[in-house]
Design a protein around this ligand. Structure first.
Ligand code: GDP
Length: 434
């Protein structure tokens, strides 16, 4: 999956473009999960090609203040993480010193950079846009983010600019686990504790991307690939703003994984960054296990695991069916349990329910509590099945699917979760016309 980063100084229309790119996709995701948390990251597709979009502006603290250092960071981040960079400028303002700064950084980059001139909605502005050749980035695209005109051409160019990737993506059928979380949560310690002194690593397979590295593990009777990112190694260089780096780095790791092991620091709680990463995984339909690490540091009489778990689950609503384990990478407490739980989530995500069994149970459940009548009409669901997809998706066939609303879908999902183990796995429910 390709990653596109949108860069530019504040107020040039990055966010409007971002929203436009992810709009359609977002709408679909929203109707399914009922939640959207992360405004700076979204999925999009054009001509059948999927990609992820990152509005780097949103991650850089203080980027509304026009600080050159912040912009610089934002662009460097994009250069590191993205496959293609969209550099947005504003025809009304013309070339500003800050645009020059960004252009200077981008001119050195070997990755494709698309220069996008915003607010071009008439012939005169089309003429004005010529000035942007002076940025030394070659040809540009003109568009108007508010109306959307011109975005089609920009998207065509974007798709063309994606690097051809070698098709070695799935070399093994092994589960792919990504250890993600904020800096200092204990990810490295956890991985090291798993590896042990003996270094159970079998091979290093360079991933499909520059950063992602799969490490094959064969330990405690489990075989799996650990999806790691260069971020862990690089973090020492970047003193401040570690947090947005960790979210950015997580994007790639999450997309390459089946299951995300989200490590949080027990002494800090389940905070904003942890939540962003969690919803990133959920949005990508990956399995999730939450490890509350450094549990050895928590006074057990002031906080029980149950209280702690409840607190986290409040933030996970409505996707609360997630394994939460209390571990210590330091004392190696419950690490094996954590690994077992992760493998279980992998199995849950893979499981296929036979159509006959599924109907037998679900039709009874539906009969016991049918969809509420709407406008005097009764909705009937006569048949349902699990789709043969990578992540669990279920389709229910109804006479009037439009009347089956979100709460009822949630009821169906809860019933599925009650009867089958889908802990840690996002589920999609579709209602279709029979
Ligand atoms: P990362 O940035 O997520 O990879 O975090 P590290 O693995 O580098 O850990 C950050 C700090 O927390 C280090 O000083 C670790 O020694 C410490 N640490 C990690 N796990 C634990 C734990 O379970 N208990 C305690 N007490 N300290 C831990």
């Amino acid at each position: 999956n390709n990653i596109v980063a949108i860069v530019g100084r504040p107020n040039v229309g990055k966010s409007t473009l971002f929203n436009r790119l992810i709009q359609r996709r977002e709408a679909i995701v929203d109707s399914v999960s009922g939640v959207t948390r992360d405004r700076n990251y979204g999925k999009s597709e054009w001509n059948g090609k999927e990609f992820s979009v990152i509005d780097t502006g949103g991650y850089v603290r203080g980027s509304d203040d026009v600080f050159e250092g912040e912009i610089r960071k934002q662009v460097e981040l994009a250069i590191d993480e993205a496959d293609v960079i969209i550099f947005v400028v504003d025809v009304e303002e013309g070339i500003t010193p800050m645009d020059e700064t960004v252009a200077k950084l981008l001119r050195k980059v070997t990755k494709p950079v698309l220069l996008a001139v915003n607010k071009v909605d008439n012939a005169m502005r089309e003429k004005d846009a010529i000035e942007f050749y002076n940025l030394g980035l070659g040809d540009y695209f003109t568009f108007a983010s508010i109306s959307g005109s011109g975005t089609g051409d920009l998207l065509d160019a974007l798709i063309d600019a994606f690097p051809e990737k070698p098709v070695v993506e799935v070399t093994e059928e092994l589960p792919r686990f990504a250890v993600v979380g904020r800096p200092n949560a204990g990810k490295s310690s956890f991985i090291n504790a798993l590896i042990g002194q003996d270094r159970y690593i079998v091979t290093d397979i360079a991933g499909t991307t520059r950063d992602a590295i799969d490490t094959k593990f064969d330990r405690f009777g489990f075989e799996f690939n650990l999806v790691d990112t260069a971020g862990i190694r690089r973090k020492a260089k970047v003193k401040e703003d570690l947090e947005f780096y960790s979210v950015m780095r997580s994007v790639r790791a999450i997309e390459h994984a089946d299951i995300c092991i989200l490590v949080i620091d027990a002494t800090r709680g389940f905070e904003g960054q942890d939540q962003s990463i969690f919803w990133l995984a959920e949005k990508n339909r990956k399995g999730v296990v939450i490890l509350v690490n450094k549990w050895d540091l928590v006074e057990k009489d002031t906080m029980s695991t149950r209280d702690y778990e409840e607190k986290i689950k409040k933030e996970l609503m409505p996707f609360t069916d997630v394994p939460i384990l209390f571990v210590s990478a330091l004392t190696k407490q419950r690490l094996l349990k954590a690994l077992e739980a992760t493998v279980q989530v992998f199995e849950n995500r893979k499981q296929r329910i036979a159509t006959s069994k599924f109907n037998e149970y679900m039709l009874k459940v539906i009969e016991a509590y049918p969809p509420p009548a709407t406008k005097g009409k009764y909705v009937k669901i006569k048949y349902c099945m699990q789709l043969p997809t990578l992540t669990p998706q279920f389709v229910f066939f109804a006479n009037m699917p439009q009347y089956v609303k979100e709460p009822y879908k949630r009821y169906l999902e809860n019933k599925i979760r009650e009867n089958w183990d889908f802990a840690g796995v996002p589920i999609d429910i579709y209602i279709r016309e029979k």
